[in-house]
Design a protein around this ligand. Structure first.
Ligand code: SF4
Length: 345
């Protein structure tokens, strides 16, 4: 499996289409959107063919060999497009550039996460290590491990402060192997943080028309090549935004929502597919005990469920949403037999 980070979820429509082509040509045909607003390709040969790696680099989504694992930056998907208190697109680029430019930050843990919230409160409740929430276009708070503690900063100081704290964490974790700032409470306590009252908003971008933009969900977060080609046709030459809720925002494309719906994108929060998600499951994951696609499809076809539901092939619950939801986890064989001997959920 190959995972590619896309800071702020922003990627050109052409690159997205190219990655879907590569998933078809080299993998199992699934280009999966991730909860960190990136993409994954599965079922690839090991070792990876040189031609595959060259094609990914040519698509422009692998700008660095050394720092790829640490470019984990989630930003408000609609920032600069609709709503919010500040346009954080420049800060997202600057943070990514600063991360890659600092050699020692290549040693940050791969799970270390930055979030940039433009003041609408949509990503500030994700579990993160370092973050920023804008109070307005001139500044806000840099956050450390929690939306409720941080440092007041002006906009021009946001990226330098985040990089300084990341470097300090990298040094502080050296003897402990800590993966997250929450594992180093003494270090966090030494930073002179002040209490913050964050803005908290919806935990997901609504679907449908948002201003002039189209917001769509991708069933099971799996983008087939045909849909990727339509995205490129709808947003020719332009960026699209992958959301942490594994959907897409297509700038200035609200007038194409009917076409997107006809191609299988979910454009309405009230439809069943907007409430159902699943890990990749069998046969694509060796740990999976069930075909999660089959169960999720059956749930969606039944017109429900009313509650947000995530189907997992094992207890790892990959891709589960962070907000309130119901977990359906495949039982172990012992559990299934103990529950009546059916041997199948
Ligand atoms: S939840 Fe388990 S079965 Fe599903 S993708 Fe993750 S590891 Fe595989």
């Amino acid at each position: 499996m190959v995972r590619l980070r896309l800071p702020g979820g922003r990627v050109s429509a052409a690159a997205l289409r190219r990655l879907a082509e590569l998933a078809d040509a080299y993998g199992n045909g699934i280009l999966q959107l991730t909860s960190r607003a990136g993409v994954q390709l599965r079922g690839l040969p090991d070792p990876l063919p040189v031609a595959f790696v060259d094609a990914v680099v040519a698509a422009g989504v692998l700008p660095t060999d050394s720092h790829e694992r640490v470019r984990n930056i989630v930003a408000s998907p609609l920032t600069g497009l609709s709503g919010g208190r500040a346009d954080l697109r420049p800060l997202t680029v600057a943070l990514d550039t600063g991360l890659v430019a600092e050699a020692s930050l290549a040693e940050l843990p791969g799970r270390f996460l930055f979030v940039l919230d433009d003041g609408r409160g949509d990503v500030v409740d994700l579990t993160f290590d370092l973050g920023y929430q804008a109070a307005g276009p001139d500044g806000g708070y840099v956050l450390v491990g929690s939306p409720e503690r941080g440092l007041p900063v002006r906009t021009e100081d946001v990226v330098p402060t985040l990089l300084r704290l990341a470097l300090a964490f990298a040094a502080a974790r050296a003897d402990t192997g800590a993966w997250h700032v929450a594992e180093l409470p003494a270090w966090v306590g030494s930073l002179g943080l002040v209490p913050v009252t964050p803005v908290r908003g919806l935990a997901a971008t609504a679907l449908g028309r948002i201003g002039s933009n189209a917001s769509v969900s991708v069933p099971l977060a799996r983008l087939p090549l045909e849909q990727a080609c339509l995205v490129e046709e709808v947003v020719p030459g332009g960026p699209v935004v992958i959301t942490p809720w594994r959907g897409l925002v297509l700038p200035d494309s609200a007038d194409r929502l009917d076409d997107l719906a006809a191609a299988g994108f979910v454009v309405d929060d009230e439809t069943a597919w907007a409430q159902v998600s699943a890990c990749v499951g069998a046969p694509f994951c060796a740990r999976a005990r069930i075909d999660t696609t089959e169960i999720a499809t059956a749930l969606a076809a039944a017109g429900g469920p009313l509650l947000r539901t995530h189907v997992s092939g094992c207890e790892r619950r990959c891709g589960a949403p962070t907000g309130d939801h119901r977990d359906l986890v495949a039982p172990t064989l012992a559990e299934a037999l103990g529950a009546g001997g059916a041997g199948r959920p």
